[in-house]
Write a protein that binds this ligand. Structure first.
Ligand SMILES: NC(=O)c1ccc[n+]([C@@H]2O[C@H](COP(=O)([O-])OP(=O)(O)OC[C@H]3O[C@@H](n4cnc5c(N)ncnc54)[C@H](OP(=O)(O)O)[C@@H]3O)[C@@H](O)[C@H]2O)c1
Ligand SMILES: [Zn+2]
Length: 421
């Protein structure tokens, strides 16, 4: 049938019918700034897909820091990365396959899917038997690529899809993949420092997106998550989702860059406070038992402490520097105690798929906190930017006509009527 030029949000055209234009939240280079100012709703062209790509009708998405960094244009403008004059953010999505490229065989129009955000060349040795996260063309979809999820349709590589867990609503399915798969690779992707039963893992930001996914993976492995939080309420919430214990970081004062090791007085005072934090961990793990893995992402403010409290031969694994990238640590503790400092970035399809199975199996919940409608996208990112968001992962309804729907059949039944559709 003939497509209209544009469908309203919540209108579901006949399967496979692609309009020319779509509603999207757009970031432009000349208005980078706080999320409330930087994101604007515009009508843009529906992306055209290549041979190995899929067009997905986005039912729901999730809120990630990526969107805040993209809005701010810090440390880089995404437009300078991909070269288009506007950027559609959004690195999480649930939706329906709406069109497939000529070489796509694994997916067909109508499949219900969750999108993971690793975009890679598909042809190099790393993409074929190696580690696709090491591909020289590796990019994060919706951050380093121009067509993310904050639009009615998005363009993704066929390898970016996994099946949508049928037990979840669109918005639950749209909010967890980026944080879950990242946490999965951090905990399982760097052998021999992989998660095992009875290990102790210190999890920074336990009530955050990454932290909440990490806590559940750690519990599912029979290991102990020690969550660090900044309030009693967040601590209680972490215990409810499976943390063994919590530590409130506001009760300590050892944050920020390492003081000069040449200033003996200042350094000793600092070390005393770090050791007090270390003893708070021992109260949970037992005297002298340091964390096997430190799950790190705040960066500048916490990294020196992470590098100190990790056990001999243990691993500090980090995927971000939310509070700054100038990481410092006392090297003598790292070399003499033979600790591993490991960078980690999102995940491969293999890891995203394994992580998705833990959701299908009910061992990991999406921890969906708050759901925003399409027009709430700037406000949701503003909350995250201010660290004022509720625990877990925030979701965004994009093209689903309402919340609580699980599949295309239910969605179509409730969709706005489409004249001629
Ligand atoms: N490389 C990757 O693939 C990847 C993937 C996902 C996310 N990330 C990055 O990881 C970071 C966290 O993402 P997220 O989704 O988990 O964000 P989130 O939901 O905001 O959680 C971050 C947590 O960090 C804690 N935090 C904030 N300031 C802190 C400080 N000064 N010291 C210690 N903890 C602090 C907060 O917990 P409390 O205030 O309760 O302590 C907050 O809950 C972001 O920078 C994001 O861009 C990277
Ligand atoms: Zn490659």
């Amino acid at each position: 049938m003939c497509a209209r030029a544009l469908y309203e949000l919540g209108e579901i055209p006949e399967l496979g019918v692609v309009p020319e234009k779509m509603h999207a939240w757009v970031i432009r280079k000349d208005r980078h700034g706080l999320p409330l100012d930087s994101f604007r709703r515009e009508l843009v062209d529906v992306p055209e897909i290549g041979a190995d790509e899929v067009l997905v009708m986005v039912m729901a998405s999730g809120v990630n820091y990526n969107g805040a960094w993209a809005a701010l244009g810090q440390p880089l403008s995404p437009c300078d990365i991909h070269g288009r004059d506007y950027h559609i953010a959004g690195s999480d999505a649930s939706g329906v396959v709406w069109q497939v490229g000529s070489s796509v065989r694994r997916w067909k129009v109508g499949d219900e899917v969750v999108v993971h955000c690793n975009h890679s060349c598909g042809q190099c040795h790393n993409c074929n038997g190696g580690d696709p996260m090491l591909c020289r063309e590796q990019k994060i979809w919706g951050y380093e690529t121009p067509d993310g999820a904050f639009a009615q349709f998005t363009r993704v590589q066929a390898q970016q899809l996994v099946p949508k867990p049928t037990n979840l609503t669109w918005e639950q399915a749209g909010c967890y993949m980026l944080t879950l798969a990242t946490a999965f690779r951090m905990l399982y992707g760097h052998p021999p420092h992989t998660l095992q039963p009875a290990m102790n893992v210190l999890v920074w930001g336990g009530a955050g997106g990454l932290g909440s996914m990490a806590i559940q993976l750690i519990r599912a492995a029979g290991a102990n998550a020690i969550a660090v939080v900044s309030s009693e309420d967040r601590g209680k919430w972490c215990l409810e989702i499976g943390a063994k214990a919590c530590i409130n970081r506001t009760e300590f004062d050892c944050w920020g860059p390492l003081p000069s090791t040449r200033d003996r007085v200042a350094y000793q005072a600092y070390l005393k406070e770090v050791q007090r934090f270390g003893r708070a961990i021992w109260q949970i793990t037992g005297k002298g038992v340091d964390p096997d893995i430190v799950f790190e992402h705040p960066g500048e403010q916490t990294f020196p402490v992470s590098a100190y409290v990790c056990r001999r031969g243990g691993m500090i694994v980090f995927c971000a520097g939310t509070t700054g990238f100038n990481l410092s640590f006392d090297a003598s503790y790292v070399w003499m105690r033979q600790k591993r400092i490991q960078g980690s970035h999102f995940a491969t399809l293999m890891q995203a798929d394994a992580a998705n199975h833990s959701v299908m199996d009910g061992r990991v919940l999406p921890c969906m906190s708050q759901v925003f409608d399409f027009d709430g996208i700037p406000a949701a990112h503003d909350l995250m930017w201010r660290n004022a968001h509720p625990p877990g992962n925030m979701a965004l309804v994009v093209n689903a006509p309402t919340q609580g729907l699980h599949n295309l059949k239910e969605t179509r039944a409730l969709a706005l009527s489409v004249p001629g559709g």
